[in-house]
Write a new protein. Sequence first.
Length: 692
Amino acid sequence: MRTSFALASFGLSLLLGNVASAQVTDADLAAAASDNSQWLSYGRDQGETRYSPLRQINDGNISDLGVAWTFDTGSFRGLEATPLVANGIMYATRPWSSVFAVNARTGALIWDYDPQVDRAQGYRACCDVVNRGVALYDDKVYVGTIDGRLIALNAQTGAVEWEVLTVDRSRPYTITGAPRIADGKVIIGNGGAELGARGYITAYDAMTGEEEWRFWVVPGNPADGFENPDVEFAATTWDGNWWEVGGGGNAWDSMIYDEEERLVYVGTGNGSPWSHEIRSNGVGDNLYLSSIVALHVDTGRVAWYYQTTPGDNWDYTAVQPLMLADIAINGVLRKVIMQAPKNGFFYVLDRVTGDLIYADPYAELNWATGVDLETGRPIETPHARYDTSVTMIMPGPSGAHNWHPMSYNPNTGLVYIPTLQGSVFPYAIMDEFQFVPEAWNLGIKFGTLEGEPVTPEFEYVGSTGPATRSPGALLAWDPVTRRPRWYHDYDFTINGGTLSTGGNLVFQGGADGVFRAFAADDGELLFEADLGVGIMAAPMTYELDGTQYVSVLAGWGGSSGLFGPNYDGAYKPQGRLWTFQLSGTEIVPVEGQPLPDLTAIPFDESPARLAEGADKYIQNCGLCHGADGASGGAIADLRYASEATYDNFHSIVREGAYTALGMPNLSATVSASDLDTIKNWILSQRAALMAQ
Ligand code: HEC
């Protein structure tokens, strides 16, 4: 594939070295698959396969892996970026959308850029103030910021070259995804569906920042007129007043440019609100939600679309990583696009026509029994369209696979997917829905569901029958035989992005802070090292001066860092960028902060007051400080707060004392007496912890 191009441009960049102004050209991007000294874009090559042919580190010597260098990020929240390497410089991002550049040989800092986003707006990020990385083109580094800007920086100095606001700040848009480069344009999407937003992606001229086109994922208010016929067509699949909340569809992660077809493929998000009934009166497919859409690179107009979840009702985004490969199916070489979206089916489509080739369950699920290959539609189970009683549906909103990148190895023919096998959720339509700006508008009951009527749990279906797998598993999926080849089961959910190499290896980190390597062909666990902090981001690799390096960002956070406990005796370890090589130094884990000894603080034990406190806590605090009072380790666990902090509760929560740290001023939604009730409940949880 495109090898002649590759050799030509590789020679050219050697000649020009660092003095050339255009450091990353279209030809470099097209040839990225065979350029082992660099990692030029989010998914490494044009197909985003995250496969590197490098094999100096391989299944025979991986036990000799040690540290080449490390760089402490100074951050304590989630790290999700894949570092990029060009011309010997590594670029990565950290929380609050800051970007840093280090020497890829030594880890020495070259520059550090903080876009100064308003920390008080951090609550708009559904799933932590994370960032998944930059794009490189010409002599620029592009980053999308959590407050909706797209910024071009000088790759050598970090100085701002241009900056555009890509969103309407009066709506709760956020950007966490890495920009992509397509035919001289830089493309960026956004998130915000949960709070109420209308999703879109925008293409800007990479040199000037001028807007070239915008693809609206969902239609706006028909009374305002439609932007183009694609939107007008989509509107025929909606009902009610969806535009008041926004409709959603936010494309916050996956985009791929296919140079040969001149198409940009984008994975689109879930509906807003989640409930199809509330969003669209239960009517229509709601295009282009939860779809893979192919756009013409020149115009942003739709070439084809495939909707993975028509009439989304479960937060089943199709923003999960997209991957292009050319594989033989029934003896015929097909240009395919592959995806393992949240809904639990692995899709293989013809990327030229958009025709569905295969769709098979890659995780246990009970919302559908399969996908009809003729119509392309899922065959839903009877209770999937839940009502106001609680129905346990698999997968839940975290999906059977989330943003954590998958990789492909052409030697084994396998796709390595970080899966969430045990994802299940109690869905129930809200009795009365009212749109509340800046709040979560899901249209479902959320919080304590005690006493709510329950639909009897219905049988799990899917590839493996009843739910038997562990909560998380690295799955090696064969897209040709349509079956799992091997699994590695974990006793926790979040297992990070993957990298596969010519050394017959798959690298992956996990929530447990352990970095692992497996044999790509049979899944044998060949290497483990405790890094001391949960890992979600995908590893990457590159070779300089004859040495192969493997790098990964370790930093706990993201939605799981907010929702679920992930620490043991210590919490909030600092993030670290690790780079490994053979015969490196010993791997010593990052140390977390020790948990303080707790002192007893009296509280009001009346059950009614405690129940009210629990409810108000979940509504107002649980998203960041942990659903049941136990934090996921990224943001303070309030049970461990000092007595002085409890004394300061009112100034912290209602007067904005900690907005610079990302703690919003909640005076508009939490009254003084509500806060006392919340604090009382937190103290009860502290006492329960002490009693353990
Ligand atoms: C949008 C996320 C978010 C929400 C919602 C939120 N907080 Fe916070 N809170 C933070 C962040 C970020 C900090 C800064 C400390 C950190 O990063 O751990 C913080 C800090 C605090 C602290 C100081 C903790 C300490 O030990 O220093 C208190 C107390 C606190 N929050 C109480 C609350 C209460 C009570 C609620 C609900 C009424 C709430 N917060 C809702 C994000 C949030």
